[in-house]
Each structure stands twice: as structure tokens, then as C-alpha cells.
Design a protein around this ligand. Structure first.
Ligand SMILES: Nc1ncnc2c1ncn2[C@@H]1O[C@H](COP(=O)(O)OP(=O)(O)OP(=O)(O)O)[C@@H](O)[C@H]1O
Ligand SMILES: [Mg+2]
Length: 298
């Protein structure tokens, strides 16, 4: 096959290759019913005109935390116009200005100018909007540990949670999402007195749970009968031993690509085993962190 043929070859075993992308939001969100219920309980007061309950969402990588926030925010926005739900990726946005620009963008559907506008005006516009529209706001700070590393956490928590002192009637809350379960955070006293969070824990998936999730992803991403249950079982066991569902999803995608490169209509066990071996060597270089429960120091 020429390079052109490889690139443009249009026979495929993928029904929807996007369903293996890292930002894909699965239609079925399996085995997280109790966490979704807990999140709904924390948001319910906001829908009824109160304040959302502050929450820490805790779990090791790929346990579905970001997906859960995405799903619950979509549901809230579909059912109520009384709550502004803002998602912020704190790996990308670590400064006070950046984070409030994200909030501003969510509310006004455009970013504030990067220069010439003082922070207080952006902050004031956000809070006045919530006040006059009588809406509550919940801000999900994903990978919040980055705010502690950059030493901006106290100010940002303070600005969000104590807004009602300057802007009467404003109701705000924080969902703080932590993947680094060994991380210990410390907040100033003036913040801890308003941030006494509920904890929602996302336990690692069992092998059977991973099997169900990966099976569902196969249904969304591949044409029927591309991969056998036997191979799926092997991938589930591998992902489970690595405690990383993402590895399982990625293995499905890579196995699919390799099968296509061999012009095969199915994923063969030998291809999959080869990939598992490569992954294994890479995993050995990065030792897994033990699952520890985070402690809080105030
Ligand atoms: N219960 C589930 N059902 C279907 N897919 C899931 C489920 N949980 C996680 N996933 C999938 O696993 C991948 C990782 O999920 P997600 O990004 O939500 O994890 P996370 O806990 O936020 O990880 P990290 O801590 O690394 O940010 C995504 O592709 C997501 O679609
Ligand atoms: Mg995440």
C-alpha cells in the first residue's frame, strides 16, 4: 500500500472512532449511580434557590470524576435555569484572573479583555449578574491541587465562597476535584470557616465493572463482532491490575488501529497480546501510587 492508500483507505472497523477520544462523554455512565446521586444532593439546594453544598470529589485517575461533573452539570442545565454551572480545568487555569475569566465566559459567552480591565470589575460583573438574575453558582475546580501548587487556592476559594458578604444574596459553592489522593491540602482559617465540604469518593473500578464499561465502549466505537469477549476480558484484567480504565480504552483504540493496518476485520488476540506487552514495559517504568486516603489539615 502506498502512503496515500494508507491515509485514505476508507474501510474501517470503527463505527465511531471518536468514542475512544479522551474527551468523549459516554452515553451510558455505568457503575457510578451512588456518586451521581450524591452530586445531585449537593446541587439540589441550588435549584431550589439556596446555596450548593461544597464538595470534595476524590478518586484516583480515570475513576470517572470529570465525566460525572460533565454529566451532572448537563442534567442541571437541562432541568433548571436557576444555577450557573462552571467547569474549570485548573491544570490549564491557575491564576485568579484566569479562573474568573472562565466564569465570566460561561455567563456572558465571551472572554473579558486580557488587558485594561481590573480584576475587580470582572468579579463585580459576575456577582452582580448572579444577584440581579437571582441565580446560584457552582464552580467545579478540576485537578484543584494545581491551585495549591501555584499558591492561589486561598484567594480563589475566598473570592468564590465569601462573595455574599459584598454582594447580598449571592449563593455560591465549590466542587473541588482531586485525583492525587495522597495530596494534603491546607486552607487559611478564613476559608475553612466557609468551606466545610462533603466528600464524595470515586473508588477504583473492579475488573467486572471495567469489563462492562469497556464492552459498552466497544459497542459505541466498533462495528459488531470486531473484538471477542475473551480479548475484552484480558484487556479488562490488564486495566484493572493497572488501576486505570483509560489504559483499557486506549488499548481498544490501538488494537483497532493495528487491526486496520493489517487489513483485518477483527482484532486478533496476538495483536492485543503484543500491545499488552508494550504497555507492560511502559507501566513498569512508572510505579503505581498506593491508594491512600487523603487527610485534611486545618
Ligand atoms: N463509569 C464510566 N462509564 C463509562 N466510561 C467511563 C466511566 N468512568 C470513566 N469512564 C471513561 O474513562 C475515561 C476517564 O474518565 P474521567 O476523565 O472522567 O476520569 P477522571 O477520574 O476525571 O480522571 P483524572 O483523575 O485522570 O482526571 C474517560 O474516557 C471516560 O469516558
Ligand atoms: Mg479528570
Amino acid at each position: 500500500m502506498s502512503i496515500d492508500d494508507i491515509l485514505l483507505f476508507d474501510e474501517t472497523i470503527f463505527k465511531n472512532i471518536e468514542s475512544f477520544n479522551p474527551d468523549y462523554v459516554p452515553e451510558n455512565y455505568l457503575h457510578r449511580e451512588s456518586q451521581m446521586e450524591a452530586l445531585a444532593i449537593c446541587l439540589r439546594p441550588a435549584i431550589r434557590g439556596g446555596r450548593p453544598i461544597n464538595t470534595v470529589i476524590l478518586g484516583s485517575p480515570a475513576t470517572g470524576k470529570t465525566t460525572a461533573i460533565n454529566k451532572i452539570f448537563n442534567i442541571v442545565e437541562r432541568t433548571s435555569d436557576r444555577v450557573v454551572c462552571v467547569y474549570v480545568n485548573c491544570q490549564l487555569h491557575t491564576t485568579r484572573f484566569n479562573i474568573f475569566s472562565q466564569i465570566y465566559n460561561k455567563i456572558f459567552r465571551h472572554m473579558p479583555p486580557e488587558t485594561g480591565v481590573p480584576f475587580s470589575r470582572i468579579y463585580g460583573n459576575i456577582m452582580k449578574y448572579l444577584q440581579t438574575e437571582n441565580k446560584s453558582m457552582v464552580v467545579a475546580l478540576d485537578d484543584v491541587s494545581y491551585l495549591f501548587h501555584s499558591k492561589n487556592a486561598n484567594k480563589i476559594f475566598y473570592d468564590i465562597l465569601r462573595a455574599h458578604e459584598e454582594f447580598k444574596g449571592v449563593r455560591t459553592g465549590i466542587f473541588a476535584i482531586l485525583s492525587d489522593i495522597e495530596f494534603r491540602y491546607m486552607l487559611d482559617k478564613n476559608v475553612t470557616s466557609v468551606f466545610i465540604p462533603q466528600e464524595i469518593v470515586f473508588e477504583p473500578y473492579t475488573t467486572n465493572e471495567m469489563f462492562d464499561i469497556l464492552k459498552d465502549r466497544i459497542k459505541a466505537g466498533f462495528y459488531p463482532d470486531v473484538i471477542s469477549e475473551d480479548i475484552l476480558q484480558q484487556i479488562s484484567e490488564y486495566a484493572s491490575s493497572a488501576r486505570d480504565l483509560r489504559m483499557g480504552i486506549d488499548l481498544l483504540r490501538t488494537s483497532g488501529n493495528f487491526a486496520e493496518a493489517d487489513a483485518s476485520k477483527t482484532i486478533e488476540k496476538s495483536t492485543c497480546l503484543k500491545l499488552l506487552k508494550i504497555q507492560d514495559q511502559q507501566t513498569l517504568k512508572v510505579p503505581l501510587k498506593p491508594f491512600l486516603i487523603m487527610k485534611r489539615f486545618f
